[in-house]
Design a protein around this ligand. Structure first.
Ligand SMILES: [Zn+2]
Length: 100
């Protein structure tokens, strides 16, 4: 499977980085606003399979719906991630954090 370095959310291209650089302590991920010069989603390497999935869905939802409140993003991302896990998502589906 290919390593994903960029992805477009609602027409805005984001960089996807698996790194702890620049992430506040305790953060699993972070998403720039779509108005940033080079909008980026950062995912902390070394997360568990479930943490990684929840974080990717959560930050992707921020990229799609930047103006939606954190509490709504959190609830929806958790529900979607849980569905993907129930459908058989596995860690082998995520590439890109092995070089962080
Ligand atoms: Zn959030």
């Amino acid at each position: 499977m290919r390593v994903v370095r960029t992805h477009s959310f609602r027409g805005r291209r984001y960089r996807i980085k698996f790194t702890a650089d620049g992430l506040p302590r305790g953060y699993y991920g972070q998403c720039d606003p779509p108005t940033a010069r080079h909008p980026t989603i950062v995912i902390r390497p070394g997360l568990s399979k479930q943490e990684k999935l929840y974080t990717i869905v959560h930050e992707a939802m921020h990229a799609c719906y930047w103006d939606i409140a954190e509490v709504a993003i959190e609830g929806a991302a958790d529900d979607i991630a849980r569905l993907l896990l129930r459908l058989g998502y596995s860690d082998s589906h995520v590439k890109g954090d092995e070089d962080a």
